[in-house]
Design a protein around this ligand. Structure first.
Ligand SMILES: [Mn+2]
Length: 302
């Protein structure tokens, strides 16, 4: 090999490492993805590992050994894996594994931040199941692991709160009028900053009742009332659908405002007693997927 070849090769390798670091760094944290053919979106898990596994198998993103078989699918989990159930650690371990496996097949896992993730990082422990502490070997170990420096806390605080894939926004709570025209990148940066601060942050962005982690208006207000918000959000981001968790929709995946809002918190955890189930968007069509059945949801109007 000539000296020039060697220099060239060293340079290429250096560029590759640089680009990889850039990709992993907070600077390049993406909030928007396009040209995704298959999207699977899972709502609140609340510590019910068995129900999550059932859901992911029904959506054909994992096999019997819980290995990624989703190919280029983007799997979105819209937050609230913690609290109310005992098995959040297993839920987070599975999502962490899939986060690594999916890109090897051209897919992607987006674990978004929910209000319960922010509550735990802020040490609001009202809804922690005793089994959660036990799974970490005690309350202190749990709190360490779920601090901004701990393995799981750091993982959570590195995530997005809201993302756009194709023509759809995904987030935990909802977007209120206050946030309707804010860039997604800005929302995500503000939430991540908040989660790195210790203590319970009253009046912070992550605890704002009208903020992206807590807002229930899209799920509960009259459809006439939310139409104005949706107009602004859709115009700002060039989307035609918002997918939310946070507010349990009884009877499975529910559409509101002619499918412009899709509620995917089916209350799958034992605490709520709902079914395993998720939303599938494939080639632009939306479906509710359950272990025993798949139902097409009428697509949002143009
Ligand atoms: Mn929830």
């Amino acid at each position: 090999m000539s000296k020039n070849d060697r220099i060239q090769r060293t340079f290429s390798r250096g560029m590759l490492v640089f680009l990889l670091l850039l990709g992993a760094g907070p600077v390049a944290k993406n909030s928007i993805w396009t040209d995704v053919q298959r999207i699977v979106a899972v709502g609140d898990v609340h510590g019910d590992y068995a129900q999550l596994v059932r859901t992911l198998r029904a959506a054909k993103v994992i096999d019997k050994e819980n290995r990624w078989i989703g190919g280029k699918t983007h799997l979105v989990q819209t937050g609230d894996v913690l609290d109310r159930g005992a098995d959040s650690r297993k839920v987070m371990d599975l999502l962490m594994d899939l986060e690594v496996q999916a890109p090897e097949a051209g897919g992607r896992v987006h674990a978004l931040i929910g209000n319960h993730e922010s509550m735990i990082l802020f040490r609001d422990l009202r809804y922690v199941h005793p089994g959660e502490y036990a799974s970490f070997g005690g309350k202190d170990a749990y709190l360490d692991a779920l601090s901004p420096e701990g393995k799981y806390g750091k993982w959570i605080a590195s995530h997005n709160a809201v993302i756009q894939i194709n023509d759809t926004l995904f987030l935990h709570g909802g977007i209120s009028a206050d946030y309707a025209s804010m860039p997604l990148k800005k929302i995500n940066e503000m939430i991540r900053e908040d989660l790195k601060k210790k203590g319970h942050h009253k009046g912070s962005f992550a605890t704002d009742i009208d903020g992206p982690l807590w807002y229930r208006g899209l799920a509960r207000k009259d459809e006439d009332e939310i139409a104005t918000i949706l107009e602004t959000v859709f115009e700002t981001h060039g989307v035609r659908r918002i997918v939310t968790g946070h507010t349990v929709s009884k009877g499975g995946i529910q559409r509101r405002a002619e499918g412009r809002v899709v509620m995917i918190d089916v209350g799958m955890s034992r605490h709520y007693g709902g079914p395993a189930g998720c939303l599938l968007i494939e080639d632009g069509k939306a479906y509710a997927v359950y272990p025993e059945s798949t139902e097409e949801l009428v697509t949002a109007r143009e």
